[in-house]
Design a protein around this ligand. Structure first.
Ligand code: HEM
Length: 415
């Protein structure tokens, strides 16, 4: 039985700058050599939906790199370094369940449903502010939306929004291993720490006995005062939530707009029919999504006759695994009416599966439905530029023109 390092695999230049702008030909090449594996400079890449599905669930044999990244960055003892080693995504077992349990109830489908009016109001307000001309970079517009909903979720004003957006952008790139940026990464982390520290202080320590009315911040503060999570864990978790929800949701909305620029009829129908808009978001979750991830093997195992020893780095390209031709007919075609039912891998698999997935999907559903009503006939007006592929992937610039539509009269719906 061969070990993974004895296989003759296609080598993907996954970390190269231009790989992110079109990874698909490389995956097609890789599949000609091996049906589920490719090599790369940062680890072995799983090229098949099924292999990702089955391997990513082996939580007890895998871990997310934490200490390794902090050592490369020379960041031991810094706030960001502690975060990278201690955050929930790197934790396992009892600690992971304890941290996740401190907040998960605030992200269930019921809690998210109650937030939909806030999402609609937020996206309408951003349209009011931004649709003053008939052109902009859609990435700037989209950067406003999920983080404002998060601000609403923790019940704070948008005064600090520009500074927090800037620091979240820096934090989003902090896992790209650019050692020379460590100074600004730590500075950004400290700003985020002070921001969440003030949120907690403003709210006070008594979340009250009525668990039904608790928002996210109340829920987490109650877990802190009840001894479930420490003061430091509470702050680290809040930073994780802002960071994990910001870049990803923003990028999903941008990727969706990029897809729909080629399908104007589908875009138009998103504005007319909310149920259809939901189908379109579902298809986008197959087509291209924002978050790739990695694992180090902590206990060797065999998968489909290949030995994968301890210490192997595995890359899970969740962003495009929905284009696997083994499972999806005409995978390169965006088709909201397609019949395959394989669930999206955008939010991962196993114990770290995304806590915020219902919130993210609801944000993008509500967002595109209103955007398609307020921005008619969007057209690409310049070059589309892309982020590097590993980590949070997506579009860095999407210049468009459009016909703005005046805001309809709207009543503020009760939250
Ligand atoms: C389109 C938007 C989003 C995408 C594509 C996404 C994707 C992911 C993925 C792939 C993971 C698992 C990573 C891994 O196992 O290595 C994850 C975990 C996580 N996500 Fe999301 N996410 C999104 C939005 C959000 C939002 C809105 C929040 C919260 C506000 C959030 C909070 C989290 C947290 C806390 C984890 C860690 C869970 C754990 O360790 O148990 N995400 N997300």
């Amino acid at each position: 039985m061969p070990s993974i390092d004895e296989l003759e695999l296609y080598r993907m230049p996954i970390a190269d700058g231009d790989f992110g702008s079109n990874p698909f030909p490389h995956f097609a090449e890789a599949r000609k050599r091996h049906d589920w594996l490719a090599a790369s400079d940062i680890g072995y890449v799983l090229t098949s939906y099924r292999a990702i599905d089955e391997i990513m669930r082996l939580d007890e044999k895998l871990t997310m790199p934490g200490e390794e990244i902090v050592d490369i960055m020379g960041a031991r003892g810094t706030g960001w370094g502690d975060f990278a080693i201690e955050q929930m995504l790197v934790s396992s077992g009892e600690r992971h369940s304890r941290l996740r349990g401190s907040m998960s109830s605030a992200f269930g489908p019921g809690s998210v449903k109650r937030l939909r009016p806030t999402m609609r109001e937020t996206v309408s307000q951003i349209c009011d502010e931004w649709l003053t001309s008939g052109n902009f970079d859609f990435t700037d517009f989209a950067a406003q939306f999920p983080v404002r909903v998060m601000f609403a979720l923790v019940g704070t004003s948008t005064e600090k929004l520009p500074e927090i957006i800037e620091k979240l952008e820096i934090h989003g790139e902090s896992f790209n291993l650019e050692v020379e940026k460590m100074g600004i990464i730590e500075d950004g982390y400290q700003t985020l720490w002070r921001f969440v520290d003030e949120l907690i202080a403003e709210r006070g320590s008594d979340a009250g006995p009525n668990t039904d009315n608790r928002d996210l911040l109340d829920t987490m503060i109650a877990a802190n005062s009840g001894g479930q999570i420490s003061d430091k864990e509470l702050r680290q978790l809040l930073i994780l939530l802002f960071a994990a929800g910001y870049d990803t949701t923003k990028n999903l909305l941008i990727l969706l707009m990029n897809s729909l620029l080629q399908y104007p009829d589908i875009y138009r129908r998103c504005g007319e029919d909310f149920a259809y808009a939901r189908k379109v978001v579902k298809e986008q979750l197959r087509f291209t999504t924002p978050s790739n991830t990695m694992r180090i093997v902590t206990e060797g195992f065999t998968y489909r006759d290949v030995e994968i020893p301890e210490g192997t780095m595995l890359v899970f390209p969740l962003t495009i695994s929905g284009r696997d031709p083994e499972l999806f007919a005409n995978p390169m075609t965006f088709d909201p009416d397609r019949s395959e039912k394989h669930p999206t891998q955008a939010f991962g698999r196993g114990m770290h599966i995304c806590v915020g997935q219902f919130l993210a999907v609801a944000n993008v559903e509500e967002g595109i439905h209103i955007i398609a009503q307020r921005m008619k006939n969007p057209q690409l007006a310049g070059e589309v530029t892309w982020k590097p592929f590993p980590g949070v992937w997506g579009i860095t610039s999407l210049p468009i023109t459009f016909d703005p539509v005046e805001a309809p009269e709207r009543a503020v719906e009760p939250a």
